[in-house]
Design a protein around this ligand. Structure first.
Ligand SMILES: *Cc1c(COP(=O)(O)O)cnc(C)c1O
Length: 410
């Protein structure tokens, strides 16, 4: 610590402490740069979460005061039980569990509802982890096609449910749809889809990997049976972390407790929940979620500012001739897919560094996180950038365009 302080005080910009355990590089990109990496932006830790991580990094550190009946969500010191109740309330559902990533939430629900050969309706923009959760349970995915604006509608979902029923003679056992997808971050007709699922009496899983923790989510209003969120993607938490929330109706099934008895020893394990494999996040992951939670609850109230900044940046990008936005526009999210084939890629064609010239130019301006070498279609996420940083980012893009003679509209 003394060496780090000395480095900072000397202000040389070349710290002496550069390695952990002699071989692992320090990771300083959030401290040193503006990071527009699509999946990292809303997962970056708060200072409080960093403290929690250091303090609770030890294995099973949550278990100091674990008392009968021995389950993570019952622990009251630190306030893990209370956090579970708060989490459920945060997404307006009845019960919540912490899980190692959104994917483990999908897995728990699929493990509960999907039997061999069952079909699950997902979006044509579904995340790969939704495919794998269904596959792991022995089911098959059936994708709802997109409309001409790359949106999943309630009507298309109803048609898909009908089609599956016609073809397989059975209803799907689950509808699992992303509110904002990972490819375009377009907003899909989530309430309408919830309504359709209920008309067919099919449980509905709301995938909030890109919403829970950045904007308000009201599970009951949406008509969700399950709400899944990602701690490391959108809740300023250590990976792997996430949340699975549900209505009381599903607790006996999705949170069923073990009934297994050892044939020799006759041992039983009480109230351990089968889909959770007993306990889930037993240390720094959970405590980072808890430490960031007050800030997360506050920040969702200011989502509109983040969206406004996202639109400000995209508007400025669109002034660079030949640039396009592939996501819906105006933006309703901070994650955006852009197409710079007609602008920055024209330079890459003849540049000796090819597409990497663009990464070089960005990094020399202190901007990181774009897909290195990509100058055609790529994604960026402006979540968490201040007003000043978003202007700086826009200026940087404009500056690179001007440097290479790409016309920029005033
Ligand atoms: C990132 C993402 C996931 C996976 O989240 P994890 O918490 O890493 O498991 C699932 N669905 C969507 C739409 C995502 O963007």
């Amino acid at each position: 610590v003394k060496a780090i302080l000395a480095d900072l005080e000397a202000g040389t910009g070349s710290p002496k402490v550069t390695k952990i355990a002699g071989s692992i590089d320090l990771r300083t990109r959030e401290e040193e740069s503006i990071n527009i990496q699509p999946i990292q932006a809303a997962g970056r830790l708060t200072t409080e979460a960093r403290k929690a991580l250091i303090s609770y990094g030890d294995g099973y550190s949550t278990c100091d005061a674990c008392r009968k009946p021995f389950r993570l969500d019952k622990i009251s010191r630190p306030g893990i039980a209370e956090f579970h109740a708060d989490l459920a309330k945060f997404v307006n559902m009845d019960q919540a569990r912490v899980v190692p990533g959104a994917r483990r939430g999908f897995q728990a629900v699929a493990g509960t509802l999907v039997n061999k050969g069952d079909s699950v309706v997902v979006s044509a923009l579904a995340h790969y982890t939704e495919f794998l959760a269904v596959e792991n349970a022995g089911g098959v995915v059936k994708e709802v096609p997109l409309d001409d604006k790359n949106i999943v509608t309630g009507e298309a979902t109803a048609q898909k449910i009908e089609e599956v029923k016609r073809e397989t003679g059975k209803l799907s056992v689950l509808v699992m749809i992303d509110h904002f997808d990972y490819q375009f971050a377009n907003e899909h007709e989530i309430s309408e889809i919830g309504k359709v699922a209920h008309q067919y009496d099919i449980p509905f899983l709301y995938n909030g990997a890109y919403t829970v923790g950045v904007r308000p989510v009201d599970g009951k209003k949406i008509g969700a049976d399950f709400v899944v969120g990602s701690g490391h993607k959108s809740m300023a938490s250590v990976a792997p972390s996430g949340v699975l929330a549900m209505t009381d109706e599903w607790v006996p099934k999705a949170l069923r407790t073990t009934a297994m008895v050892g044939d020799l020893t006759k041992r039983k394990f009480g109230i351990k929940e089968v889909e959770m494999l007993g306990c889930t996040l037993m240390g720094g992951t959970l405590l980072s979620m808890m430490a960031s939670f007050p800030a997360v609850k506050e920040r969702v109230l200011h989502w509109d500012e983040q969206v406004k900044r996202s639109n400000y940046f995209i508007d400025r990008l669109l002034k660079i001739e030949g640039s396009r936005v592939l996501s819906e526009y105006p933006r309703k999210h901070t994650l955006t897919k852009v197409d710079t084939t007609g602008s920055f890629d024209t330079v890459a064609q003849t540049h000796k560094r090819r597409g990497f010239y663009f990464s070089d130019e960005l990094s020399s301006r202190g901007i990181v996180g774009e897909f290195a070498g990509a100058t055609r279609t790529w994604k960026l996420n402006t979540y968490g950038l201040s007003e000043k940083q978003i202007r700086y980012l826009a200026e940087a893009f404009t500056g690179i365009a001007e440097k290479y003679g790409i016309p920029v509209a005033p």
